[in-house]
Design a protein around this ligand. Structure first.
Ligand SMILES: [Zn+2]
Ligand SMILES: [Zn+2]
Length: 328
């Protein structure tokens, strides 16, 4: 099978022919159809996330079809379409796993980071961590749901009942969360890189009531803000935009250092939290929501062999929505 392999951080991915992997006990063999490209992939490739397995096949927003099953794996029929997310395995017995917080399991394994992922024609996965995909989505349009959608949904849950919601960074996750939030009758304020008129217009077209530069304050204070961009500078910026009692959610992406800031902008019960990984429960809830309410994912497809180009587009901020690798 063909795969794009990371040999070492900061080197381009290398196209290779590898033997098709064999599913172990409880695992399925999946013929990959589409795999979305996440900013986390870029951070792994660039050496900002420092403990990948090497060599590594990146990719944790995978849509494919079950083509084989290891011993005892019987959850999905052959031919079923499944999605494979970032959380690839958790221990099931630690205090986090036992209390509904498997996203924090210290022994957890992650697809496309400590396990091989979906920048390949085939991969294996623990069937307990895979999801069925709502029928109404094509493979390529479903792929960004697996991380941008799912982690975005966990961030939105953390923002509680916020009526006025800020979204900092309007890429793959932002454009999905905006649609869900608007459908829930929240008012969305979209913050983009200064001067990114295209992303601002895109946000308004998806229902945001306001769009502007991340360095400006919104027209009215927010109840919550979610940051999907990787710049720690945005944390004090977002804190200044939220009203007393509001929350700033750091949305699941590894951030640069947060500069020090005046206590005044945290005072009056504002809070900051981070989102790490996902639970299977988030995935089930989010997929149920995605089947009730059609989310329009904006995708730009690249053939598998152009994975490096897709990463470069993401690095340069040149994407509207999500990049998706397609295998055929
Ligand atoms: Zn991701
Ligand atoms: Zn655990």
């Amino acid at each position: 099978m063909r795969a794009m392999v990371l040999d070492s951080p900061r080197a381009p991915l290398r196209e290779m022919r590898l033997p098709r992997p064999k599913p172990g006990a409880g695992h399925i063999l999946v013929r990959v159809s589409s795999c979305a490209v996440c900013r986390t992939d870029l951070q792994i490739a660039d050496g900002e996330l420092t403990h990948p397995k090497l060599p590594l096949v990146l990719g944790h927003e995978v849509v494919g079809f079950v083509e084989g099953a290891g011993e005892g794996a019987n959850r999905f029929k052959l031919g079923t379409r499944v999605g494979i997310p970032w959380l690839g395995w958790s221990c099931g017995s630690c205090r986090y796993c036992q209390s509904g917080q498997e996203n924090l399991c210290e022994k957890a394994k992650f697809t496309g980071y400590t396990l091989d992922g979906g920048y390949a024609e085939y991969m294996t996965a623990d069937e307990r961590f895979c999801f069925a995909i709502p029928e109404s989505y094509s493979d390529a349009h479903a792929a960004p749901l697996l991380c941008a959608g799912l982690i975005g949904y966990r961030c939105l849950s953390k923002s509680g009942k916020a009526e006025r919601l800020g979204i900092y960074g309007f890429g793959a996750a932002g454009h999905i969360v905006c649609q869900i939030a608007c459908q829930q009758k929240r008012k969305v304020f979209a913050f983009t890189r200064p001067g990114d008129n295209e992303a601002q217009a895109f946000a308004l077209s998806l229902g945001a009531v306001w769009a502007g530069d991340s360095k400006t304050l919104p027209a009215e204070p927010l109840d919550a803000a979610i940051i999907f961009a990787s710049s720690g500078d945005l944390v004090p910026q977002a804190l200044q935009s939220v009203a007393p009692g509001g929350i700033v959610v750091c949305g699941g992406i590894h951030m640069s250092d947060i500069p020090s800031f005046s206590y005044d902008i945290l005072w009056r019960e504002r809070s900051i939290c981070s989102v790490a990984n996902l639970t299977r429960c988030d995935g089930e809830e989010f997929m149920a929501l995605a089947s009730r309410f059609p989310i329009k994912t904006s995708v730009k497809t690249f053939p598998l062999s152009e994975a490096n180009e897709a990463l470069t587009h993401l690095r340069n901020g040149k994407l509207k929505g999500a990049a998706v690798l397609t295998m055929t």
